[in-house]
Design a protein around this ligand. Structure first.
Ligand SMILES: C[S@@+](CC[C@H](N)C(=O)[O-])C[C@H]1O[C@@H](n2cnc3c(N)ncnc32)[C@H](O)[C@@H]1O
Length: 255
């Protein structure tokens, strides 16, 4: 799996494709994420990749402080290069593994908010709980964990429809483990769910079912129908729920 992320960093550098195959979905995710960050917050992105998420946020929230951690040195190099090029003084990047105890020792202060964007799905089996323990330890009392991860049940719903339409099932990469919703029950001694934001159902339904059915060959992530799905969702039109594997979950720390 480390080979995969090193390859992505080498191939796409600071481009969005380093961290997300679907740039429009990334755009949508960022639109929602931005609304959750206050100027003045101290924030950590665990599994920050090439730093794009934090750099985009830092451009807009000048009085917030951003810290990024990733275990791929090439990702951290790209992030530092970009931050220096843009002369951003409120971001700091570190190399560390989210799934070892070292992460919790990396900082001698606590965060208002911690983000993971598709980090936990990269962490195998029980190590996920070490990552969760670290996030809990690094948050201030009442701090918020902004979990943006992929869940199995919505993917299964999409795949059921795709199968009925004779489309191939969307396969999860071999090194990824999508979370079952039950995972949220397993961490309820540490976090209470404040809000679930199903930000992508309309987008996923249109792009993975409509666009896939209407396309000949491989569907284009930038197709007009996907752009329409993005626009409608940003306009607040979202008549469909339960079809987005990616969900934003706001989890409040409990001691
Ligand atoms: C899908 S990318 C997301 C990057 C970033 N959060 C974003 O959305 O722009 C996942 C990142 O997690 C990193 N990662 C995976 N497992 C990790 C671990 N155990 N510790 C630290 N980083 C990890 C990978 O190197 C990769 O950069």
């Amino acid at each position: 799996m480390k080979d995969f992320w090193e390859g992505q960093a080498k191939k796409f550098k600071y481009n969005v494709q380093t961290v997300n195959f679907d740039p429009l979905c990334e755009d949508l995710e960022m639109t929602f994420l931005e609304t959750l960050i206050k100027d003045g917050d101290v924030i950590c992105d665990v599994g920050c990749g090439n730093g794009r998420t934090l750099i985009e946020l830092a451009k807009k929230k000048k009085n917030a402080k951003f810290y990024g951690v990733d275990f791929i040195p090439q990702m951290i190099d790209i992030a530092n290069e970009k931050k220096n090029e843009m002369n951003l003084k409120n971001i700091f990047f570190y190399k560390s593994d989210a799934a070892t105890e070292n992460l919790a020792k990396l900082f001698d202060f606590k965060f208002d908010k911690i983000i993971t964007k598709r980090l936990l799905i990269n962490v195998k089996g029980k190590s996920k709980h070490q990552a969760i323990k670290n996030i809990h330890a690094l948050l201030k009392e009442n701090g918020t964990y902004i979990m943006i991860e992929c869940f199995l049940e919505p993917l299964n719903k999409i795949n059921k429809i795709r199968t009925e339409l004779n489309l191939e099932e969307i396969k999860v990469k071999t090194f990824n483990e999508y979370l079952p919703f039950k995972f949220l029950d397993d961490i309820e001694d540490k976090f209470v769910i404040e809000k679930k934001i199903d930000f992508g159902s309309l987008y996923y339904f249109i792009s993975r079912i409509f666009n896939a059915s209407l396309s000949e060959g491989d569907p284009d992530y930038f197709s007009p129908i996907n752009k329409l799905a993005l626009k409608l969702t940003k306009m607040g039109v979202s008549p469909i729920e339960g079809y987005s594997p990616e969900i934003i979950i706001l989890l409040k720390k409990i001691s």
